[in-house]
Design a protein around this ligand. Structure first.
Ligand SMILES: [Zn+2]
Length: 934
C-alpha cells in the first residue's frame, strides 16, 4: 500500500511526458546514431506523441506541395500554453509598433514572453537540420532541469518543420540500402522540394511555394518572433559550424539594432560552445554568408527587424572526417577556437546543434523584456524614418559626395592644407573633404528616400501587379487600397490602386522590394578579382515583375482603406459581354495566357492581331477570340478569376494569325534541375501541358513525332569551346544505372555534342522550335550560327579570351534591355524591360547576320549603363550586346535568351518571352471572314 502511494506520487510529479517514448524507444535508434535517419512519416507520428504534453500546442500550418501536413510544435510552460493568444498579441503589437506608446511597450515587454522560432530540414539533404529539430523538441518537452524550466517559463518556442516532403525523400533514399555502411545521401534522383529543390530558400519575398507561404504566415502575420533560427549544413572545410555574425556586405536598409542583435545572440552561441569545449565555430569573414540578400527563410526576417540566425553545421549519418586545413588552425576573430582534424559522428553534430539551440533560448529567457523592447524600438525607428526626410546611406550616395568634392570649382588660390589642431586631434583627426559636402547630398530633398508608392490599377498587367502586392501582404507589409478615384499632383489614379507607405515597422522590406539594391564594388584587393555575393546582388521584385508604380518623396493621402494584415487580394476583372464580333485579350497581361490556354483546351479558336488594333488601343499581338457561347462562358469565368479586363469588338479585325496549341517538352536531368523545376511550376500555374524529358529521349531521335517545342534551361547544353563560351553546364556526377532504382534509370545521361545535338538540329530542320535560356544558348554555337560571345577581349598573348573578372563582372542583378516588340516572339512586351541577368550570355552578331536573315535580334543593351538593381562592373562592355535572338534552322527556329527570363518564377516581367514561343501562330489571308462559332 505504502509502496503504491510512493509510485503514484512519483508519477504525479512528472508531467504528461511520462507517456512520451524516448526517440530510441520510438524510432529504434537514438537521434544521431550512425547510419540512421528518420523519415517524415515517422517524425510526424513522433511529433504527435510529443504533442500529448501540456507543454505543447500542435499547429498544422498548411499542406506541402506534395500534400503532406506541415507541423509546427509550439513548446512553452503549461501556464504559457494556456495564454498563447495573449502572448501572440503582445509579440505582434510590439513588432508592428503602431500606435504603441513607450509606456505601453514597457508594460507589454514586462508581461510578454520572447517568441523564438527554431526550424529544421529546409534543405533536406542537410540531415543534421531535421534531426536536431526532433531531438531538441524531445528535450524541451521532457527535460525538467532548472535551465529548461526557466526557458519554458520565459520563452515560447515555435519548432517548425521546414520541408516535410524533402525529409521523406532523403531519409527513405538513404535507408533503402540494407547494409548500413553502404548508405549514401548523394545521387538523390529528384528535387527535394517538388519544384525548387535548394531554391526553396530563395522564395521568401516571392512566396511561390506552399511551404514558403505556410512558414511566412507564421513568421510575418501570426507571430512576428523576435528571434528566428534557421538550421543549415554544412560549414566550410576545417570547421564544424559557420554561424553569426556574418560577413559584409551589410544591407543598408537594415536597422542597426538588428545587426547588433545578431551579434549579441551570436556571442551567446559561440561562448556556450566554447564553454562546453566544442571547438570549430567560424563567423564573420570565416564563411561566405552575409546579410546582403533578401529572399531566404532567414534573410527575409532581417528585413522585418527580427534577429535572424543561420548556422551551417557539418555532419552526416555516415561518419566522416574533419579535414586538415592548416590556415583554419590559427585562432582569429573569425575562428577563436579552431577544431583539430578528426573523425566525426552524426551525434556530435546533433550535440552542437543542441548547444546552440540552448544558447539562443537561454539568451532569450534572460533577455525577454529587452528583446521585446528592441523589436518595438526598431519598428518605431522604421515608422519615424518613413515619416520624415531620410537618406539611406547607399554607397551610390557616398560616391556622390566624393564626386562633388572632386568636381569642386577650382580656386585661383588653392586652399591651404587643413592644419591639424589639438581639437582636431582629439576628434580623431581631420578629413580633406569639408563637412558641407555631406549636406550637399544628405540634405538634398530630391535625393531623399521615398515616403510611399502607388501601384495604379489601370496599368496594362494589373493582375501581375496584384501578385506583387500579395507577395508583400504575405510578408506582413501594411497595404492600403483606394476606394475611389483620386488625384495627387497632376495625376489621376483610379479606384482599386494600391498604396504602400514607408512609415511602417517593416520599412526595410518595403524599400527593398521597390528600390534598387546598391551593391558595393567589392573586390578582394584594389584591382583584384571581385568577391562573389553569396546569392544575388540585386533582385528588386517590383522591377523583376514589371510592376508600374509611382514613388513619392512627400507624404500623400487619399480615399485609402487599410487592408487587414495577411489578407491576400484578387484583382477584379471585367468583360464586355455585348461584343458582337469577338473579344480582345490584352497581350501585355500574363494571365491572358491562362485564358488562351483554357480556350484552346476547350477547342475554341484563338487569334492574335499582328498589327494590333489602333481604335481599341490594342498593341501588336493582342488576342482576338471570335464571339461564341463557349468562348463567352470561359472568358467570363477567367475574367472574374484572373482579373482580366476583356474588351469587345463589333467588327472582326482584318489582320489575324491563328493560334494553335503545340506539344511542349521541358528538359530536365537526373537529380532535378532547379531552373527546369521553376518552369515546370510556371507551366502548371499558367495551365500549359508540358512533358518533362531527359537526354535519353533526345538522343533516341525522331523528336518531331512527339514534340513541337523543346525548352532548355541554363545548364543543359554544353559549351563548344570552353575558353570563350559561357558557363559550363552543371558537372553533377551521375550514379551508375545499377546503383539506383529502375524507375529513375531513364532520367540518367547528359546532353552531348555527339548524340544529342544532331538530334536537336534534325528536330529544328524538320519544323521543331527550340527555346534556350542562359548557358543553353550554347546551342547556337553548336549550330554554327553567325554569332560570337560579346564579352571577350584579346589577351596579352594575342589570343581571344573571356573578359577577366577585374574588367567585367555582373553577379545576379537586374538590367534594362531594349526590345523589338513588333516580333511575334516579343509581343506584349514594351520596347524596354527589366531582366534578370547573372553573368549571362551576351552576343555579338556577324556583320551580315541580320541582312542575310540568319539572325533576328529580339533584345539588346542600348543604354550606357543598363544597371537597374544590383552590381555591374564594366558596364561599357555590355553596350550594344545582343541578349536575345531568333534564328531559322531549316523549317524550325531557335530562340536564344541569354538572361534568366523565368528566374525562380519571380521575373514575371519577362515570362511572356517564353509564353509567346509556346504556340504555333499562322497568319491567315487578310479579310477572310471567320466562320460563326457556337
Ligand atoms: Zn542549406
Amino acid at each position: 500500500m505504502l509502496r503504491l502511494t510512493i509510485i503514484a506520487l512519483a508519477f504525479s510529479f512528472l508531467n504528461a511526458s511520462a507517456q512520451i517514448p524516448t526517440p530510441k524507444e520510438y524510432f529504434g535508434f537514438n537521434i544521431g546514431d550512425d547510419y540512421n535517419l528518420a523519415t517524415y512519416t515517422q517524425t510526424e507520428a513522433f511529433i504527435k506523441k510529443l504533442a500529448t504534453s501540456d507543454r505543447t500546442k500542435l499547429v498544422d500550418i498548411g499542406l506541402t506541395e506534395e500534400g503532406r501536413h506541415q507541423w509546427q510544435l509550439i513548446v512553452s510552460s503549461p501556464e504559457n500554453i494556456k495564454k498563447l493568444d495573449r502572448y501572440k498579441e503582445i509579440s505582434v503589437k510590439m513588432a508592428r509598433a503602431e500606435g504603441v506608446t513607450q509606456d505601453q511597450a514597457k508594460a507589454m515587454a514586462a508581461e510578454g514572453k520572447t517568441i523564438v522560432w527554431i526550424d529544421g530540414g529546409l534543405h533536406a539533404t542537410e540531415t543534421v537540420g531535421t534531426h536536431q529539430l526532433i531531438e531538441t523538441m524531445y528535450q524541451f518537452v521532457t527535460r525538467n532541469d532548472a535551465e529548461t524550466l526557466r526557458i519554458l517559463d520565459k520563452v515560447i518556442i515555435l519548432f517548425t518543420h521546414a520541408n516535410p516532403d524533402g525529409q521523406e525523400l532523403v531519409s527513405s533514399w538513404y535507408m533503402r540500402e540494407p547494409k548500413a555502411e553502404k548508405r549514401l545521401i548523394r545521387d538523390l534522383p529528384r528535387l527535394y522540394e517538388k519544384y525548387a529543390g535548394h531554391d526553396n530558400n530563395r522564395d521568401f519575398f516571392m512566396l511561390n511555394l506552399k511551404e514558403t507561404q505556410n512558414m511566412a504566415r507564421q513568421l510575418f502575420i501570426e507571430w512576428l518572433p523576435q528571434i528566428m533560427y534557421n538550421h543549415h549544413q554544412s560549414g566550410p572545410a576545417g570547421s564544424v559550424v559557420a554561424g553569426p555574425p556574418y560577413r559584409d556586405p551589410f544591407n543598408y536598409v537594415f536597422d542597426p539594432m538588428m545587426i547588433t542583435g545578431i551579434d549579441a545572440v551570436g556571442a551567446a552561441m559561440i561562448n556556450r560552445l566554447n564553454s562546453e569545449n566544442k571547438p570549430g565555430y567560424t563567423r564573420l569573414g570565416g564563411s561566405v554568408f552575409s546579410t546582403w540578400y533578401n529572399g531566404g527563410l532567414r534573410t527575409t526576417t532581417h528585413f522585418h527587424n527580427m534577429i535572424g540566425l543561420l548556422t551551417e553545421t557539418i555532419g552526416s549519418p555516415s561518419p566522416g572526417e574533419i579535414p586538415l586545413v592548416p590556415s583554419r588552425l590559427i585562432p582569429s576573430n573569425n575562428t577563436p577556437f579552431p577544431v583539430a582534424p578528426q573523425v566525426w559522428h552524426f551525434r556530435q553534430s546533433i550535440d552542437y546543434s543542441l548547444t546552440m539551440n540552448y544558447a539562443v533560448l537561454d539568451y532569450a529567457s534572460r533577455n525577454s523584456d529587452l528583446l521585446l523592447m528592441n523589436i518595438y524600438r526598431m519598428g518605431k525607428n522604421s515608422i519615424e524614418r518613413g515619416s520624415m526626410n531620410f537618406w539611406t546611406p547607399y554607397p551610390g550616395r557616398i560616391e556622390l559626395i566624393n564626386t562633388a568634392f572632386k568636381n569642386r570649382p577650382k580656386k585661383a588660390v588653392p586652399d591651404k592644407p587643413i592644419a591639424m589642431t589639438e581639437q582636431a586631434g582629439l576628434m580623431g583627426g581631420t578629413s580633406e573633404i569639408p563637412s558641407k559636402y555631406y549636406d550637399s547630398i544628405f540634405h538634398v530633398p530630391a535625393l531623399r528616400d521615398a515616403r510611399g508608392y502607388i501601384i495604379p490599377s489601370d496599368q496594362p498587367d494589373f493582375s501581375t501587379a496584384v501578385k506583387f502586392v500579395n507577395a508583400l501582404i504575405r510578408t506582413g507589409i501594411r497595404i492600403e487600397i483606394a476606394k475611389s478615384d483620386f488625384i495627387i499632383g497632376k495625376k489621376k489614379y483610379p479606384s482599386g490602386s494600391y498604396i504602400v507607405k514607408a512609415n511602417q515597422a517593416f520599412r526595410p522590406h518595403v524599400v527593398d522590394m521597390f528600390e534598387p539594391q546598391d551593391h558595393p564594388n567589392d573586390f578582394q584587393y584594389p584591382g583584384g578579382p571581385p568577391v562573389r555575393p553569396y546569392d544575388a546582388a540585386g533582385w528588386t521584385l517590383a522591377f523583376q515583375m514589371g510592376v508600374e508604380f509611382d514613388r513619392f518623396l512627400d507624404d500623400f493621402d487619399g480615399p485609402f482603406e487599410l487592408i487587414n494584415y495577411g489578407e491576400v487580394q484578387s484583382p477584379k476583372g471585367s468583360m464586355d459581354a455585348s461584343a458582337s464580333a469577338g473579344y480582345l485579350l490584352n497581350a501585355k497581361s500574363n494571365n491572358s495566357f491562362i485564358a488562351v490556354n483554357d480556350l484552346l483546351k476547350q477547342g475554341v479558336e484563338v487569334y492574335r492581331l499582328p498589327e494590333g488594333l489602333k481604335d481599341k488601343n490594342a498593341a501588336a499581338g493582342t488576342y482576338f477570340v471570335p464571339a461564341g457561347t463557349k468562348a463567352a462562358g470561359i472568358l467570363a469565368k477567367d475574367a472574374a478569376d484572373l482579373g482580366l479586363n476583356i474588351a469587345g469588338v463589333s467588327k472582326q479585325p482584318t489582320s489575324l494569325a491563328k493560334v494553335s496549341t503545340v506539344r511542349i517538352a521541358l528538359w530536365d536531368e537526373f537529380g532535378g534541375s532547379m531552373a527546369s523545376g521553376w518552369i515546370r511550376f510556371l507551366m502548371e500555374q499558367y495551365r500549359y501541358s508540358a512533358e518533362v524529358i531527359f537526354s535519353k529521349t533526345i538522343d533516341a531521335g525522331d523528336l518531331n513525332k512527339k514534340y513541337d517545342v523543346i525548352i532548355f534551361v541554363a545548364g543543359a547544353i554544353p559549351a563548344v569551346i570552353k575558353e570563350t563560351e559561357n558557363n559550363e553546364p552543371g558537372n553533377r556526377r551521375e550514379p551508375k544505372p545499377e546503383e539506383i532504382p529502375a524507375e529513375y534509370q531513364a532520367t540518367l545521361g547528359k546532353i552531348t555534342a555527339e548524340k544529342s545535338i544532331p538530334a536537336l538540329k534534325k528536330f529544328m530542320e524538320e519544323g521543331g522550335n527550340i527555346v534556350t535560356i542562359g548557358s543553353s544558348t550554347n546551342l547556337a554555337y553548336h549550330l554554327g550560327l553567325p554569332i560570337k560571345n560579346a564579352m571577350t577581349e584579346i589577351g596579352p598573348n594575342g589570343i581571344e579570351r573571356r573578359l577577366p573578372g577585374d574588367k567585367y563582372y555582373v553577379p545576379g542583378s537586374i538590367l534594362r534591355m531594349n526590345l523589338d516588340s513588333t516580333q511575334s516572339a516579343t509581343w506584349g512586351m514594351s520596347n524596354k524591360a527589366d531582366v534578370y541577368f547573372n553573368n549571362s550570355p551576351v552576343f555579338k552578331l556577324a556583320p551580315d547576320a541580320v541582312i542575310s536573315g540568319k539572325i533576328k535580334p529580339l533584345a539588346w543593351f542600348g543604354e550606357e549603363n543598363p544597371l537597374r538593381s544590383g552590381w555591374v562592373w564594366g558596364a561599357t562592355y555590355l553596350k550594344g550586346g545582343v541578349v536575345a535572338f531568333e534564328a531559322p534552322v531549316g523549317k524550325g527556329k531557335l530562340y536564344a535568351f541569354g538572361p534568366e527570363i523565368t528566374f525562380r518564377a519571380q521575373s514575371h516581367g519577362t515570362f511572356k518571352l517564353l509564353f509567346n514561343e509556346l504556340y504555333s501562330v499562322d497568319e491567315i489571308p487578310k479579310n477572310v471572314t471567320l466562320g460563326k462559332k457556337k
